[in-house]
Design a protein around this ligand. Sequence first.
Ligand code: PSV
Ligand code: MN
Length: 391
Amino acid sequence: MTAGTSKDAVKAALTTQALETPSWAYGNSGTRFKVFAQPGVPRTTREKLDDAARVHAHTGVAPTVALHIPWDRVDDYAALGAYAAERGLRLGAINANVFQDDDYRLGSVTNPDPAIRRKALAHLLECVDIMDATGSRDLKLWFSDGTNYPGQDDLRTRQERLADALRAVHDRLGDDQRMLLEYKLFEPAFYATDVPDWGTAYAHCLKLGPKARVVVDTGHHAPGTNIEFIVATLLREGRLGGFDFNSRFYADDDLMVGAADPFQLFRIMYEVVRGGGLDPAAGVAFMLDQCHNIEAKIPAIIRSVMNVQEATAKALLVDADALADAQRTGDVLAANGVLMDAFSTDVRPLLADVREDLGLAPDPLGAYDRSGWQERIGKERVGGEQAGWGA
Ligand code: PSV
Ligand code: MN
């Protein structure tokens, strides 16, 4: 699929695009100041899957759910997979968590203490065991590792420790499994993060081999970073593993994707389309990584899926021939105009058609409201402990 294809091809591409929703977005979340509990929030991973099934039922394009371990730890992952399948879902990426134990105060796989490094690596390897049981293709690795003060630890040695751990995980992956390495400029480390940017992540992935790819979390950059350039570059190199979509006004805000800057999302999706990244063979995983602290969670996730679809539709509508002509002749304004025409197109009627072709209601949010699910979970999910970021 290339940019500027016919309306039918655009519709077909939109029908086959698959988005992965994160289990943790269905649970309670907040800031370091306050977590606001909401009625009807899932108590278990199975209830998170029940909610994810509603998102898929109303959008038709969200068939997989990412798990975060240990937040989603269960005794029987094969049974969890079967539970998902009964609801028309599959289990997606396994997200490792080496950032919430007291032991990790000075880092996980880059900690100066070899015993703590071994503990962190054991968790990463356990996540690969879980992938074997769930049939998941992707292990998503994000490290909170870093230092707060100059001189606190040796920057180069920490890179060596990181490389050693990544090598051990890479060697453990099966033929059809991949590792996606996520970078983040800062937070919780404030001086030097061990994987701060795509260049560092890419350098590690290159050394490891083709199963290692970079994941772009759209909230993990300095303000003003040209994320679409990073996307274009990683796609060219065959190392774009996927996205953690969300949006931000300030730092890693984890707001609904497309809410803060729909134009940026369009530019990113244009580079995805331009680089062939919508083709499933390109292996780009389109995942959300968001928190819904004050808004209702399930409709927020539906809205986020719709926002990605709208940006994708607009990207597909870019007139590739007109753009190439304008670029060839150096017509700056015409070239920019081609992109802006696509961005300014109201694609909502087209997406309503796509949904009707799938046998769905054209308005996913209205359909969700009418379904009565929100009232039902509010009444039924009483007692027990609500899932939350970190629980
Ligand atoms: C880190 O900020 C991150 O983006 C990683 O993907 C974590 O797994 C996730 O957030 C936790 O919400
Ligand atoms: Mn992320």
